[in-house]
Design a protein around this ligand. Structure first.
Ligand code: PEP
Length: 247
């Protein structure tokens, strides 16, 4: 499978940001990178981003609620994202786990909701800085995978994003050897969980930038990147897409 380069805009982006969607989409349609490209803008921009992208790149959501509809003020369902033209959704981002108390079981329910609506679910896992210091990162990721990745996950409906919490938005990244080791571990865990999960792409996320993308994306078992800050402008996001092509 091609590497997946996904941008997570978080709670950033007003109407003028659609110009960056247009620039990225145009570059992708002319340079034809060997990568699947996805931008996940805030929910308010999903539909307009889909119209702007016009099929040249994919557009996704950043979260969904497990239920298809109902009395859940302020929430958004996977079906609503699909209706707006999204083809993917991020679930279990560490900011959701931290600020909204999301558990592995809830994240698994969200992943199932994504599949029900025909969306690719990008399931996020990753240890905190304390867990890494205590040497618990392998165990933490194993438990998060076991709890958050439902039965039925395969390479067509799921990607895993390994995002060490301490690397998100901090400018810090694990060493290439550490990224290689944890991705190999995640691959092993997925394989143990079931053969259908063997080919699932494992994205790396956490301070991916134009300057480190090539090295990170060349690491064995790194099947793409989930990019926060550096996905906000086409000027930063494009070199990361180009680095994936060089893989
Ligand atoms: C993220 O939030 O998913 C992320 C990886 O952020 P950043 O690239 O800014 O570290």
């Amino acid at each position: 499978m091609k590497p997946l380069i996904a941008g997570n805009w978080k709670m950033n982006g007003l109407t003028p940001a659609l110009a960056d969607v247009e620039t990225v989409a145009e570059i992708v349609s002319t340079s034809l990178p060997n990568a699947d490209v996805l931008i996940c803008p805030p929910a308010t921009l999903v539909h307009r981003a889909v119209q702007t992208a016009a099929g040249r790149i994919a557009i996704g959501g950043q979260d969904c609620r497990p239920e298809p509809s109902g009395a859940f003020t302020g929430d958004i369902s996977a079906e609503m994202l699909r209706d707006a033209g999204a083809t993917a959704v991020i679930v279990g981002h560490s900011e959701r786990r931290q600020y909204h108390g999301e558990t592995n079981a809830l994240v698994a329910a969200k992943a199932r909701a994504a599949w029900r609506a025909g969306l690719l679910s990008i399931i996020c896992i990753g240890e905190t800085g304390d867990e890494r210091t205590r040497g618990q990162h392998l165990e933490v990721c194993k438990d998060q995978l076991a709890g958050s990745v439902p039965e039925g996950a395969n390479a067509d409906n799921t990607a895993i994003a390994y995002e060490p919490v301490w690397a998100i938005g901090t400018g810090k990244t694990p060493t290439i050897a550490e990224i290689g080791a944890i991705h190999a571990h995640i691959r092993q865990c997925l394989t143990r969980l079931g053969t259908a999960r063997t080919a699932i792409r494992i994205l790396y996320g956490g301070s991916v930038k134009p300057s480190n993308a090539r090295e990170i994306l060349a690491t064995p078992e790194v099947g793409g990147a989930l990019v926060g800050g550096a996905s906000l402008t086409a000027a930063d996001f494009h070199p990361i897409i180009a680095a994936a092509s060089a893989k």
